[in-house]
Design a binder for this molecule. Structure first.
Ligand code: CU
Length: 456
């Protein structure tokens, strides 16, 4: 799966020590690549100063080498194939084999040297979003540096001056390169690992793509009409669940590099914003929320105590953002009787299906004919049937007694007796209705659909 990462995990310190001994100022750090979208279990840093690693959902953190006290990373900008969810792959651009790129983890005060090699067909650069650094290291093509032409490698070097949550992305042909998936997370851990300590620290980038049903490559000129809403370039049910032990303090760091804001909603707990783009929020300035809006270009760290076992939804509250790509051009047919029409059309088109007369929930379970490499509008099977969600959605699974550093998926929650919604099977309640008034006008059935012109 991973060339180097598994190697690191398996052999730990020995491998890293081996790497360090081969370090030579004139050599580039080895390129480490990731080939799949599985969430990589975090491992404690084998060199450099100690920190509590984050978990990138469906992602990984980039290994480094220490070179005379400098932490060196090697990012490679390149075309990648990313599985958005089982059944759909996309031709994206990213870093080191995946989109988003690997998470970069450093410690406050670290001197960091980043080698960036460009294997894209066009020039790029990397902007270290949110960092306080020398202007010439800020990565804005034309303004602070020459563009990194295809085949070239540039070096960025600065001190990670303050702890917090950051991102990186190109500042060259930005609209195209970000629409193609070029972005990554950066976490600067506090100097003292006991500070801001949590039990689980998750990382997610919100991104969006416009990929026509049946095709593989995003449309790069789209301004607003994106149709694939993703967490770390994964769409539910492809998004890995977050797991926690009952009582854990959990942090989720969320960055938004889409073109719209996302009100991120957590079921079952209230959370507090503990970090923004500007740093940590003082305790006295935090307040409880169940939905936190993440604006374009923003980062937020939210924290909560997962004190109730269960399966809890975690998702963007814009309902179009929890749907797959087929949702927008289907007309609303709720209340429109289609039986007759269906019968007539079936004579001409035997496969024709009336859609959405009673809402669209049933479409999640229908085996609708959709083009290859296209996700259904809604998907995901839960223990009680279809979850009828897609896009920016995942599940927080809180369980008693999970091993401390274990982030593997667990089975669906077993609800205790008396704690599960159930069907009423007693007497049906009497139906009461207001008396009808005779207006003198014959009753009309209102089933008119107005013509729709806009397409999104
Ligand atoms: Cu959203």
């Amino acid at each position: 799966m991973v060339s180097r990462r598994n190697f690191f995990k398996g052999a730990g310190v020995a491998v890293t020590a081996g790497l360090v001994s081969r370090v030579n100022a004139a050599t580039l750090p080895e390129i480490v690549n990731m080939s799949g979208p599985a969430t990589q279990q975090p491992s404690l840093p084998a060199s450099g100063r100690p920190f509590n690693p984050v978990i990138t959902l469906n992602g990984w953190s980039l290994p480094w080498r220490m070179n005379v006290g400098v932490k060196e990373f090697h990012l490679v900008a390149e075309p990648v194939v990313r599985e958005i969810a089982p059944g759909m792959k996309a031709n994206l651009w990213g870093y080191n084999g995946q989109s988003p790129g690997p998470t970069i983890e450093v410690v406050e005060g670290d001197r960091v040297r980043l080698f960036v090699t460009n294997r894209l067909p066009e020039a790029t650069s990397v902007h270290w979003h949110g960092q306080r650094l020398p202007s010439g290291m800020d990565g804005v093509t034309g303004l602070t540096q020459r563009a990194i032409e295809p085949g070239k490698t540039y070096v960025y070097e600065f001190v990670a001056e303050h702890a917090g949550t950051f991102m990186y992305h190109p500042h060259a042909d930005e609209m195209v390169q970000m629409a193609m998936g070029m972005m990554g997370f950066w976490v600067t851990h506090p100097r003292n690992p006991a500070e801001h300590r949590v039990d689980r620290d998750y990382v997610m980038l919100l991104n969006a793509y416009d990929i026509d049903p049946g095709s593989y490559t995003p449309k790069v000129n789209t301004m607003l009409d994106f149709n694939l809403w993703t967490i770390n370039s994964r769409s539910f049910p492809g998004v890995a669940p977050m797991v926690a032990t009952t009582g854990d303090r959990v942090r989720v760091r969320i960055g938004n590099l889409t073109m719209t804001n996302h009100p991120i909603h957590l079921h079952g707990f209230s959370m507090e914003v503990t970090g923004t783009d500007g740093g940590w929020v003082p305790k006295s300035a935090r307040w409880p929320e169940v939905t936190v809006d993440i604006a374009v270009g923003q980062m937020r760290a939210v924290e909560f105590v997962a004190d109730k076992a269960g399966d809890w939804a975690f998702h963007c509250h814009k309902s179009h953002h929890t749907m797959g790509p087929m949702g927008h051009s289907v007309p609303t047919m709720i209340g429109v009787k289609q039986d007759d029409i269906t019968r007539k059309i079936n004579k001409l088109v035997p496969d024709y299906m009336a859609m959405g007369q009673n809402g669209m929930g049933s479409m999640a379970t229908m085996q609708m004919p959709i083009p290859d490499n296209t996700l259904p509008m809604m998907d995901g099977q839960g223990p009680f049937g279809g979850i009828e969600m897609g896009g920016m959605f995942t599940v927080l699974k809180v369980r008693d007694g999970l091993p401390r550093n274990d982030y593997r998926d667990v089975a669906w929650y077993k609800h205790p007796k008396g704690k599960l919604a159930y069907e009423w099977t007693g007497d049906k309640p009497p139906v009461s209705q207001a008396p009808k008034m005779d207006s003198g006008v014959p009753a009309t059935e209102v089933t008119v659909r107005k013509p729709q012109s806009h397409q999104h």
